[in-house]
Design a protein around this ligand. Structure first.
Ligand code: NAD
Length: 434
């Protein structure tokens, strides 16, 4: 099929590339000229495992093109919107990118087209998009909600082997087009769940809000474990083996971040609030996460006091999670600011996210070329993102480079007993400190 994707960020680029890889003819449009030039030169502007190879392969095969000009979409069967929906000042989702693009696309329609919303949007957005397009064209079209569930760091594999594909439409004609687009996935066993537009839009917010509730619940259990002398790793093994609970999203840590969870929880809270309904669990989840992101700072201040002048901390990990360069709402930023404000120095290392942090913080912190350089001469190591390469570092290696054998592990990557045997003062989350 002939497809267009408007917005070539994390979701749009992955969607366009994967759909090209299964045989569709795809044009990706973005207003960011530098991004499009990079893609045309064969460079991938974001880091996502496996993506660069797929982009190169499909661009070379002529199935995947990039442009800044909407006019070049040339009468596609369907157009995906993968546009930002950042929070407004009051926490609600800003729909201006989606509605603006919908209005622009309307003028390009030539024959019946399905307009597919992949952005995460409040209930009622499909209808708003329909109205914005209908005002500007006489051509027939349908608007479909098709929320995206990919995880950064696993985006390609999540898109290629989805747990489910959710389609929100009340039009059987649009449903047929969607079934055809996703046929290569459904033949491989991916379930396609068709529902009305409102339920589909709500499904995405409900999924993300449930996941952060699970994370925050476990973080509360971890905090309590520290107080009563239990070990959250054991508790996780104990409850995660229960089929009704499941093992995933039960790792205690220093809170969730990223471009989706914080804004989506806030947006759902706001949707409820606008209906006069107080979403009480989400009140708690947001409060817990704010405190959890500051937990390492609290532990540091407890150990060293408020004045951190003369102290140097090594920070391992800046991205909001491993295998991505994304630093939106990353706990690292919430930790760096209060430490700098108390006079500390920070030597950071992240395999992918340093250029993005440098854009925000400039030279306020030092960027190290590798993990061991970052800890050299530091008073303590802070583990903020659980990149695999960090967990494989031997404690003896840590001891050789650090000035003092102190580790604040926000992601529980080291074993407390081993750290104790090696003479470390070791703080982690929800486990006895040594
Ligand atoms: P992003 O910021 O990475 O990408 C958005 C892109 O849209 C940018 O490249 C921007 O230049 C472009 N753009 C803005 N206005 C445009 C216009 N008028 N025409 C063409 N391009 C335009 O955003 P993202 O992370 O891909 O998220 C997109 C949507 O998908 C959001 O609603 C988000 O909540 C949702 N989502 C994101 C993820 C994720 O993991 N990132 C997962 C699921 C859903």
């Amino acid at each position: 099929m002939r497809l267009a994707v408007i917005g070539t960020g994390y979701v749009g680029l992955v969607t366009g590339t994967c759909l090209a890889d299964v045989g569709h003819d795809v044009v990706c449009v973005d207003i960011d000229e530098s991004k499009v030039s990079q893609l045309r030169r064969g460079e991938t502007p974001i880091y996502e495992p496996g993506l660069a190879e797929l982009v190169t392969r499909n661009a070379a095969a002529g199935r995947l093109r990039f442009t800044t000009k909407l006019a070049e979409i040339d009468d596609p069967d369907a157009i995906f919107f993968a546009l930002p929906t950042p929070p407004n000042g009051d926490g609600s989702a800003d729909l201006s990118f989606v509605l603006q693009a919908a209005g622009d696309v309307a003028k390009m329609l030539k024959t019946y087209t399905v307009l597919i919303n992949k952005s995460t949007v409040p209930v009622g957005t499909a209808e708003k998009v329909r109205a914005a397009v209908a005002e500007r064209t006489k051509v027939k079209f349908n608007v479909v909600s098709n929320p995206e569930f990919l995880r950064e760091g696993f985006a390609v594999s999540d898109f290629m082997q989805p747990d489910r594909i959710v389609i929100g439409t009340s039009s059987s004609k649009a449903q047929k087009v969607m079934e055809e687009i996703y046929h290569p996935f459904t033949t491989e066993g991916a379930p396609l769940i068709v529902m009305d537009e409102a339920s589909s839009e709500m499904t995405k917010y409900a999924a993300n809000s449930f996941l952060v509730t699970k994370i925050s619940f476990m973080n509360e259990i971890a905090n309590l474990c520290e107080l009563v002398g239990a070990n959250v790793d054991m508790v996780r093994a104990g409850i995660g083996s229960d089929e009704r609970i499941g093992p995933r999203f039960l790792h205690a840590g220093i809170g969730y971040g990223g471009s989706c969870f914080p804004k989506d929880v806030m947006a759902l809270w706001k949707i409820a609030n606008q209906e006069g309904y107080r979403f009480k669990i989400l009140d708690a989840v947001m409060r817990i996460n704010r405190l959890q992101k500051r937990l390492l700072v609290d532990k540091i201040v407890q150990k060293y006091g408020e004045d951190l002048n003369g102290k140097t901390f090594a920070m391992w990990g800046l991205a909001f999670k491993p295998d991505t360069d994304d630093i939106r709402e990353a706990p690292s930023l919430e930790i760096i600011k209060p430490l700098l404000a108390r006079g500390a120095k920070i030597q950071a290392y992240d395999p992918k996210a340093m250029p993005n942090v440098r854009k925000q913080l400039g030279n306020k912190i030092t960027y190290s070329p590798d993990a061991l350089s970052a800890i050299t001469g530091a008073d303590a190591l802070l583990v903020v993102t659980e990149w695999k390469e960090f967990a494989s570092t031997e404690p003896a290696e840590l001891a050789k480079h650090l000035k003092r054998k102190v580790v604040f592990d926000g992601r529980n990557i080291f074993d407390p007993d081993t750290m104790k045997e090696c003479g470390f003062t070791y703080y982690s989350i929800g486990r006895p400190h040594t």
